[in-house]
Design a protein around this ligand. Structure first.
Ligand code: PMP
Length: 462
């Protein structure tokens, strides 16, 4: 890297030549950007000399923490042995074989095959094509509608963004593509509380939106239901306890595939290997990415049930789909080393039994802050719902997003990366975080809330 270039010069160059994802460039001042140049464990360093805690594990992906030389070494060794070969045309290679075996062992009993992609978005693109192809191969080409949910996030490609339920994304580029239907989400704090239903009643209602949609569209036309076990980018939306059991009942009575998007929930985030396992769901397909390699190299994939794999194995059947980098050897090596660390250090069990409960208890205690309407957390990811009046939890700030952004900016200034979603703050640190580091995180979050609450009142926003 250009070590002698000043931090400011780097920012100027970035400003001139780099289009950032999901960024309002016109509003991004040159010196407002942070240049992250180094990371270790849960800590990041920027070129201005600040040390910041990575409360988001990058983008919910660095499950084992930054700077694991074991992964670096595994990738280096693989790169020097076989840096690239494809998996098309009757070829394969040792790391992709080893990783596929590992993933099949980790996945539920009825899932034993993996299709590789380069990201979560590509995994979901694969899934959309796969579910439609599956039904066509079974002689039901009309079964092609995929039901998803509003405020879901399934990626940024055409299929990913269409499957997702983000209105702002749909408003650009003519999305969603046809035959994708979005039902309401099980967002109790944001939407359910206002209906007069209890949380449990609302969970049942939201699940039955699926049933109503299937009846309206016709079961013979519905290929699949896709969902994140817990919506991540939508705001760490933890469904009411009644939701998933009811969805399970609805799906079990019907011939419709269930796709679990495990891109965030997978690989320990919930304290189980997969979020669908946390909710006792039995998916036909699972999208994976992020925690698969802990972000050390880009990789996504689709875990495929025996039933679907069997159809693909029929004579004369070919799924006309694949990526140059499907099963890239170096990415496989990163994934193998990463999964080896997760297993050896018992990170999933640690989230379930030890560090998760420790974090959840302290996170929940933030509810005593006057600006926090709800502090929720499952495993190691959670949200703080910011409200103007703790005595009236149905009340919201005007100008949605403003207070969230103010608070998020205070968090950065206090040395902690949290993410703002509307007027909530999101946390999702590496699963390797220590108890002492969680104490630092909580102290920093409290300081942030105090400072933001001061600001918000000074500006007359509450
Ligand atoms: N699905 C979910 C649930 C996600 O959270 C994301 C990314 N945030 C994606 C899919 C898309 O993954 P990628 O950014 O790797 O394409």
């Amino acid at each position: 890297m250009r070590v002698n270039v000043s931090s400011h010069d780097l920012k100027v160059s970035d400003h001139k030549h780099h289009l950032h994802p999901f960024t309002e460039h016109g509003a991004l001042g040159i010196d407002e950007r942070r240049v992250i140049s180094r990371a270790d464990g849960v800590w990041l360093w920027d070129t201005d000399g600040n040390r910041i805690m990575d409360g988001m594990a990058g983008l919910w992906c660095v499950n084992v923490g930054h700077g694991r030389q074991e992964i670096v070494e595994a990738v280096r060794a693989q790169m020097s042995e076989l840096s690239y070969y494809n998996t098309f045309f009757k070829t394969t290679h040792p790391p992709v074989i080893e990783l596929s075996q590992m993933l099949s062992d980790l996945a539920p009993e009825h899932i034993n095959m993996v299709f590789y992609a380069g990201s979560g978005s590509e995994a979901n693109d694969t899934i959309l094509r796969l579910v439609r192809s599956y039904w066509a191969l079974k002689g039901q080409p009309g079964k092609n509608v995929v039901i998803s949910r509003k405020n879901a996030y399934h990626g940024s490609t055409m299929a990913g963004a269409s499957l997702g339920g983000m209105g702002a994304m749909h408003s650009q580029g003519g999305l969603p593509i046809p035959d994708i239907h979005h039902i309401d989400q099980p967002y109790w704090f944001g939407e359910g509380m206002m209906t007069g239903m209890s949380e449990d009643e609302f969970g049942l209602w939201a699940a039955r939106e699926l049933e109503r949609a299937i009846e309206e569209i016709g079961e013979e036309n519905v290929a699949a239901f896709i969902a994140e076990p817990i919506q991540g980018a939508g705001g760490v939306i933890v469904p009411p306890a009644t939701y998933w059991p009811e969805v399970k009942r609805i799906l079990e009575a019907r011939d419709i595939l269930f796709v679990s998007d495990e891109v965030i929930c997978g690989f320990g985030r919930t304290g189980e290997w997969f979020g669908s396992g946390y909710y006792d769901m039995k998916p036909d397909l699972m999208a994976i990415a992020k925690g698969l390699t802990s972000g050390y190299l880009p990789m996504g994939g689709v875990l495929v049930s025996d039933e679907i794999a069997e159809v693909l194995h029929n004579e004369g059947v070919e799924f006309f789909h694949g990526y140059t980098y499907s099963g890239h050897p170096a990415c496989c090596a990163a994934a193998i080393a990463n999964l080896t660390i997760i297993k050896r250090e018992g990170l999933v069990e640690r989230v379930r039994d030890q560090i998760g409960p420790y974090f959840q208890e302290r996170w929940k205690a933030l509810e005593d802050h006057p600006m926090v309407g709800q502090a929720r957390m499952v495993g190691m990811f959670g949200a703080l719902e910011l409200v103007p009046d703790e005595n009236d939890l149905k009340k919201r700030f005007d100008n949605v997003g403003k207070v969230g952004t103010i608070t998020r900016d205070h968090s950065f200034a206090n040395g902690l990366v949290m993410r703002a979603v509307r007027d909530s703050l999101i946390i999702s640190p590496p699963l390797s975080i220590t108890e002492e580091e969680i104490d630092v995180l909580i102290a920093s979050a409290r300081k942030t809330l105090d400072a933001a609450w001061n600001d918000v009142r000074k500006q007359g926003l509450a």
